[in-house]
Design a protein around this ligand. Structure first.
Ligand SMILES: Cc1cn([C@H]2C[C@H](O)[C@@H](COP(=O)(O)OP(=O)(O)OP(=O)(O)O)O2)c(=O)[nH]c1=O
Length: 184
Protein backbone atom coordinates (compact mmCIF):
# COMPACT_ATOMS: atom_id res chain seq x y z
CA UNK A 1 0.00 0.00 0.00
CA UNK A 2 1.18 3.54 -0.63
CA UNK A 3 0.35 6.55 1.49
CA UNK A 4 -1.13 9.69 -0.07
CA UNK A 5 -1.13 12.85 2.04
CA UNK A 6 -4.11 14.93 0.98
CA UNK A 7 -2.88 18.28 2.27
CA UNK A 8 -1.19 21.49 1.23
CA UNK A 9 0.07 22.03 4.79
CA UNK A 10 3.89 22.14 5.03
CA UNK A 11 3.61 21.15 8.71
CA UNK A 12 1.80 17.90 7.93
CA UNK A 13 4.51 17.01 5.39
CA UNK A 14 7.28 17.71 7.88
CA UNK A 15 5.63 15.61 10.57
CA UNK A 16 5.05 12.56 8.33
CA UNK A 17 8.66 12.78 7.14
CA UNK A 18 9.83 13.06 10.75
CA UNK A 19 8.19 9.67 11.39
CA UNK A 20 10.10 8.17 8.45
CA UNK A 21 6.93 7.67 6.38
CA UNK A 22 7.03 7.83 2.57
CA UNK A 23 4.11 9.53 0.88
CA UNK A 24 2.88 11.28 -2.21
CA UNK A 25 0.98 14.53 -2.06
CA UNK A 26 -2.39 15.51 -3.45
CA UNK A 27 -3.96 18.86 -2.66
CA UNK A 28 -7.66 18.87 -1.79
CA UNK A 29 -9.69 21.80 -3.05
CA UNK A 30 -12.76 21.57 -0.85
CA UNK A 31 -15.21 24.24 0.23
CA UNK A 32 -14.68 23.91 3.98
CA UNK A 33 -17.27 26.62 4.73
CA UNK A 34 -20.02 24.07 4.04
CA UNK A 35 -19.13 22.26 7.30
CA UNK A 36 -21.00 24.26 9.91
CA UNK A 37 -21.01 22.02 12.99
CA UNK A 38 -20.38 23.90 16.23
CA UNK A 39 -18.92 20.79 17.89
CA UNK A 40 -15.15 20.76 17.35
CA UNK A 41 -14.79 16.96 17.08
CA UNK A 42 -17.61 16.72 14.54
CA UNK A 43 -16.25 19.73 12.69
CA UNK A 44 -12.70 18.42 12.21
CA UNK A 45 -13.87 14.92 11.23
CA UNK A 46 -16.47 16.17 8.76
CA UNK A 47 -13.97 18.60 7.26
CA UNK A 48 -11.26 15.93 6.97
CA UNK A 49 -13.85 13.65 5.34
CA UNK A 50 -14.85 16.40 2.92
CA UNK A 51 -11.17 16.89 1.97
CA UNK A 52 -10.86 13.14 1.29
CA UNK A 53 -14.08 13.11 -0.76
CA UNK A 54 -12.64 15.46 -3.41
CA UNK A 55 -9.54 13.30 -4.04
CA UNK A 56 -9.20 10.13 -6.09
CA UNK A 57 -8.05 6.96 -4.30
CA UNK A 58 -6.12 4.32 -6.25
CA UNK A 59 -6.58 0.60 -5.47
CA UNK A 60 -3.28 0.31 -3.62
CA UNK A 61 -3.46 3.63 -1.75
CA UNK A 62 -4.38 4.93 1.69
CA UNK A 63 -5.35 8.59 1.68
CA UNK A 64 -4.74 10.70 4.79
CA UNK A 65 -6.60 13.99 5.25
CA UNK A 66 -6.75 16.09 8.37
CA UNK A 67 -8.29 19.19 9.86
CA UNK A 68 -7.34 21.28 12.89
CA UNK A 69 -9.38 23.81 14.86
CA UNK A 70 -8.96 25.73 18.10
CA UNK A 71 -11.84 25.76 20.58
CA UNK A 72 -12.21 28.23 23.45
CA UNK A 73 -15.30 28.43 25.69
CA UNK A 74 -17.31 26.48 23.10
CA UNK A 75 -16.38 28.82 20.26
CA UNK A 76 -14.41 27.40 17.31
CA UNK A 77 -11.55 29.41 15.82
CA UNK A 78 -10.20 28.61 12.38
CA UNK A 79 -7.71 30.65 10.32
CA UNK A 80 -8.14 34.40 10.81
CA UNK A 81 -9.14 36.19 7.61
CA UNK A 82 -8.16 39.68 8.71
CA UNK A 83 -5.92 41.51 11.18
CA UNK A 84 -9.03 42.26 13.25
CA UNK A 85 -9.93 38.55 13.36
CA UNK A 86 -6.39 37.66 14.45
CA UNK A 87 -6.41 40.36 17.14
CA UNK A 88 -9.72 39.11 18.51
CA UNK A 89 -8.51 35.47 18.52
CA UNK A 90 -5.21 36.14 20.28
CA UNK A 91 -6.87 38.45 22.80
CA UNK A 92 -9.39 35.72 23.58
CA UNK A 93 -6.68 33.07 24.00
CA UNK A 94 -4.47 35.34 26.14
CA UNK A 95 -4.30 34.34 29.81
CA UNK A 96 -6.50 31.26 29.47
CA UNK A 97 -6.72 27.65 28.31
CA UNK A 98 -8.02 26.46 24.94
CA UNK A 99 -8.19 23.10 23.18
CA UNK A 100 -6.75 22.19 19.80
CA UNK A 101 -8.56 19.39 17.94
CA UNK A 102 -6.98 17.53 15.04
CA UNK A 103 -9.12 14.99 13.23
CA UNK A 104 -7.75 12.58 10.63
CA UNK A 105 -9.48 10.41 8.05
CA UNK A 106 -7.54 7.43 6.69
CA UNK A 107 -9.37 6.13 3.66
CA UNK A 108 -8.82 3.39 1.11
CA UNK A 109 -11.18 1.71 -1.37
CA UNK A 110 -12.07 -0.76 1.42
CA UNK A 111 -12.07 1.11 4.70
CA UNK A 112 -12.26 4.39 6.52
CA UNK A 113 -10.61 4.98 9.88
CA UNK A 114 -11.08 8.04 12.08
CA UNK A 115 -8.33 9.37 14.34
CA UNK A 116 -9.17 12.14 16.77
CA UNK A 117 -6.90 13.95 19.18
CA UNK A 118 -7.21 16.91 21.52
CA UNK A 119 -4.50 18.93 23.23
CA UNK A 120 -5.00 21.62 25.87
CA UNK A 121 -2.88 24.76 25.57
CA UNK A 122 -2.63 27.53 28.19
CA UNK A 123 -1.36 30.97 27.15
CA UNK A 124 0.35 33.52 29.36
CA UNK A 125 -1.35 36.88 29.69
CA UNK A 126 -0.21 38.82 26.59
CA UNK A 127 0.21 42.57 26.37
CA UNK A 128 -1.54 44.67 23.71
CA UNK A 129 1.90 45.54 22.29
CA UNK A 130 2.82 41.87 21.96
CA UNK A 131 -0.48 41.07 20.26
CA UNK A 132 -0.23 44.04 17.85
CA UNK A 133 3.31 43.11 16.85
CA UNK A 134 2.34 39.48 16.26
CA UNK A 135 -0.77 40.09 14.16
CA UNK A 136 1.26 42.32 11.85
CA UNK A 137 3.51 39.38 10.93
CA UNK A 138 2.49 36.67 8.41
CA UNK A 139 2.45 33.97 11.04
CA UNK A 140 -1.20 33.94 12.23
CA UNK A 141 -2.96 33.81 8.88
CA UNK A 142 -2.54 30.21 7.75
CA UNK A 143 -3.07 28.75 11.21
CA UNK A 144 -6.13 27.76 13.22
CA UNK A 145 -6.56 30.09 16.20
CA UNK A 146 -4.16 32.57 14.62
CA UNK A 147 -0.91 31.34 16.15
CA UNK A 148 1.88 28.87 15.42
CA UNK A 149 3.22 26.87 18.36
CA UNK A 150 6.17 25.80 16.18
CA UNK A 151 7.12 29.41 15.40
CA UNK A 152 7.13 32.66 17.38
CA UNK A 153 3.78 31.65 18.92
CA UNK A 154 5.76 29.22 21.12
CA UNK A 155 6.55 32.12 23.48
CA UNK A 156 2.84 32.58 24.30
CA UNK A 157 2.57 29.07 25.71
CA UNK A 158 2.65 28.53 29.48
CA UNK A 159 1.54 24.92 29.53
CA UNK A 160 0.46 22.16 27.16
CA UNK A 161 -1.33 18.88 27.95
CA UNK A 162 -1.35 16.30 25.18
CA UNK A 163 0.50 15.70 21.93
CA UNK A 164 2.38 18.81 20.76
CA UNK A 165 2.07 17.64 17.15
CA UNK A 166 -1.72 17.74 17.39
CA UNK A 167 -1.40 21.52 17.86
CA UNK A 168 0.87 21.75 14.82
CA UNK A 169 -1.80 20.00 12.78
CA UNK A 170 -1.27 16.22 12.91
CA UNK A 171 -1.58 13.76 15.85
CA UNK A 172 1.62 12.10 14.78
CA UNK A 173 1.97 9.20 17.21
CA UNK A 174 -1.67 8.07 16.77
CA UNK A 175 -1.34 8.40 12.98
CA UNK A 176 1.94 6.47 12.93
CA UNK A 177 0.45 3.65 15.01
CA UNK A 178 -2.63 3.44 12.77
CA UNK A 179 -0.54 3.40 9.57
CA UNK A 180 1.62 0.53 10.84
CA UNK A 181 -1.51 -1.68 10.76
CA UNK A 182 -1.62 -1.18 7.00
CA UNK A 183 2.14 -1.80 6.59
CA UNK A 184 2.84 1.79 5.60
C1 LIG B 1 -2.80 26.06 16.46
C2 LIG B 1 -1.87 25.82 15.30
C3 LIG B 1 -2.35 25.50 14.03
N1 LIG B 1 -1.47 25.30 12.99
C4 LIG B 1 -1.95 24.96 11.63
C5 LIG B 1 -2.13 23.48 11.35
C6 LIG B 1 -2.99 23.47 10.11
O1 LIG B 1 -2.13 23.43 8.98
C7 LIG B 1 -3.71 24.82 10.17
C8 LIG B 1 -5.21 24.64 10.25
O2 LIG B 1 -5.74 24.55 8.97
P1 LIG B 1 -6.32 23.23 8.31
O3 LIG B 1 -7.55 23.64 7.53
O4 LIG B 1 -6.45 22.15 9.32
O5 LIG B 1 -5.20 22.77 7.28
P2 LIG B 1 -4.49 23.52 6.06
O6 LIG B 1 -5.47 24.38 5.32
O7 LIG B 1 -3.25 24.19 6.57
O8 LIG B 1 -4.03 22.31 5.14
P3 LIG B 1 -4.90 21.20 4.34
O9 LIG B 1 -6.36 21.51 4.51
O10 LIG B 1 -4.47 21.26 2.91
O11 LIG B 1 -4.50 19.90 4.99
O12 LIG B 1 -3.24 25.49 11.34
C9 LIG B 1 -0.11 25.39 13.20
O13 LIG B 1 0.67 25.20 12.25
N2 LIG B 1 0.38 25.69 14.44
C10 LIG B 1 -0.43 25.92 15.51
O14 LIG B 1 0.07 26.18 16.62
Amino acid sequence: MKLILGSQSPRRRTLLSQAGLDYEIQIPDADEKQITSSDPETKVIETARLKSSVLKIDDDAVLLTCDTVVSHNNVIYEKPDTVDDARQMIRTLSGSTHEVYSGVILKSRDFEEIIMDRTEVTFFELSDEEIEAYIHTDEPYDKAGGYGIQSFGAVFVKEIKGDYNTVMGLPLSKVYRALKKYNL
